[in-house]
Design a protein around this ligand. Sequence first.
Ligand SMILES: C[S@@+](CC[C@H](N)C(=O)[O-])C[C@H]1O[C@@H](n2cnc3c(N)ncnc32)[C@H](O)[C@@H]1O
Length: 330
Amino acid sequence: MSKQAGKDTSHWDDYWRHGALTSCADAFEGNYQGEIRRVWEEFFRSAEYDTTILDIGTGNGAIALIASQVAAELKRDFSIHAIDQAEIDPLAMLKPDTAGLATIHFHSKTAAENCGLPDHSVDMVSGQYALEYTPLEETVTELARVCAPGARLLFVMHHADSIVLETAAEELRLGGLLENSGFFDHAADLLQQMDKVPANKAHRLAADPKAEESRNLLNQAADELKSLASQTANPQILQTAMNSVSDCFQRQKVLGSQVLQLLAQYRQQLEANLARLNDLQKASVSDDNAREIVALFHARGFAAKPMEDIFHEHNLLAGRLLSAELPTRP
Ligand SMILES: C[S@@+](CC[C@H](N)C(=O)[O-])C[C@H]1O[C@@H](n2cnc3c(N)ncnc32)[C@H](O)[C@@H]1O
């Protein structure tokens, strides 16, 4: 398998290292459920006995696992390749007893547009919130190369009008305001000043104009964030920031100067979260994008129908479904 160099995937590397099975870990306990799971089970159940499957943008392998579980249930011998541009190691990150994991060939740091599999070696391709993150023209060209005649492909993609995108846009807006408020910088300044004063001389801090200025700026920023949090339906990102800073102040006495590292870690997690939301926003598929993507598949020799919408319970838009097929040889 070819490796991908030079792309910053750290925000995804971190996410998968923390052991979530899907990219929607807040919405699903364990693996995808409901309509999304049904769609994938139906797809993999239609596979021949010894099908070779390629799951692109696999993350910790949620969709590859469904394929593996279907293979076990139907006693079929699928060969499953699961690739991601990010650094992944699901065998180490997930619970070792996750059924079906060991039968999957995971390929870390492997981009969909340069996956390194042999020509015409793949019978089925899957991608859950995956294809739309990749450089589409290059990926579809690569898929045309690796797919065998008659190969079938299925992708669930982010819908630009879904609640997920609405929430992401709001969180990104709040993330920008959080950054502009200087909240983390003011917290770091004050923690630094506190570290210079011995614990039994804390009263000196109140008399230090520099520390007083940092304290005032921090309080102003905190007031701003509280007010923003009270006006939004998605205050999580602000609450996480405020809880993180509060945790650092509580642990300052014990951790001393190391508390600054903790603060930096919290900040880095938050920034990684925003970077993933930014990727998500860029990846979302509008009506026009949907038509362009289908046209791209046609141009590379695939048959593909117009995309369909796919819904969660309560009629919530979950994404767009693209199915494509490479004709069998005449
Ligand atoms: C939203 S996550 C979906 C992961 C998984 N399919 C799931 O549903 O849980 C998108 C994934 O696509 C990966 N990705 C982004 N660009 C890629 C590329 N060019 N080739 C392969 N994977 C890519 C990211 O690293 C990330 O793990």
